[in-house]
Design a protein around this ligand. Structure first.
Ligand SMILES: Nc1nc2c(c(=O)[nH]1)N[C@H]1C(S)=C(S)[C@@H](COP(=O)(O)O)O[C@H]1N2
Ligand SMILES: [Mo]
Length: 199
């Protein structure tokens, strides 16, 4: 009998299109926003990584478009219990954006236009696990889903995928974002059903 190890990320590679515990599948793409949709134009758009030393690395829209992109197909899991399988995106992996960023930070606080924030370990943004996504299902990303660009970090609950992303602050110590300050789990692994603090 083969015993297959799940590994420490909890996301078994051979279980694509399975539902994490407590989730149901939907084919809709619900819109969940804590406030109004900020209208962010590509002109004037800027994405900034700020390190723990205060060093800043910024990209305007043209510079983002010049970077090598990927087209991930991923399953989405929202803490409100819907999951959507096989969503198709285009975006720049964070590995590319963080390549020349010197840091000893272990944590990231993601900032959005409109003021939303969310936190996660820096390691969860690397190794092909996260993108600055600007196309969905073959179209420019719609404003209600975070256009012109959002973070996409599908191995965590979708509240970590900040819409209208404007930057990432690298921190030596973890700092809770918007939902994490309101009682949601600090990490948010859907496979371990980490919905709320204490889960
Ligand atoms: N800037 C911003 N990003 C956000 C949110 C938000 O309110 N503001 N909501 C989060 C939550 S709770 C979810 S479930 C997803 C929803 O993404 P969708 O509206 O594209 O389905 O966006 C996440 N990113
Ligand atoms: Mo959510």
């Amino acid at each position: 009998m083969a015993i297959i190890s799940r590994g420490f990320r909890g996301r078994p590679r051979d279980e694509r299109h399975t539902l994490p515990p407590g989730q149901y599948e939907t084919t809709d793409f619900p819109v969940l926003s804590a406030g109004p949709t900020p209208r962010v134009g590509r002109e004037g758009w800027e994405f900034t990584v700020r390190t723990e030393t205060g060093a800043r690395h910024s990209w305007n829209w043209q510079q983002l478009m010049a970077l090598e992109s990927q087209r991930p197909t991923v399953d989405l899991h929202c803490v409100t219990k819907w999951s959507k399988f096989g969503t198709q995106w285009e975006g720049v992996p964070l590995d590319v954006l963080l390549e020349d960023v010197e840091t000893t930070a272990d944590f990231a606080l993601v900032h959005s236009y409109g003021g939303y924030t969310t936190n996660l370990p820096l390691a969860d943004l690397l190794d092909g696990q996260a993108w600055i996504a600007y196309r969905y299902d073959g179209e420019d990303l719609a404003p209600e889903h975070g256009g012109p660009a959002r973070l996409l970090v599908p191995h965590l609950y979708l509240w970590k995928s900040a819409k209208w992303v404007r930057g990432i602050q690298l921190l030596l110590e973890d700092e809770p974002g918007f939902w994490e300050s309101a009682g949601y789990h600090d990490y948010g692994d859907p496979w371990r059903e980490q919905r709320y603090q204490g889960d």
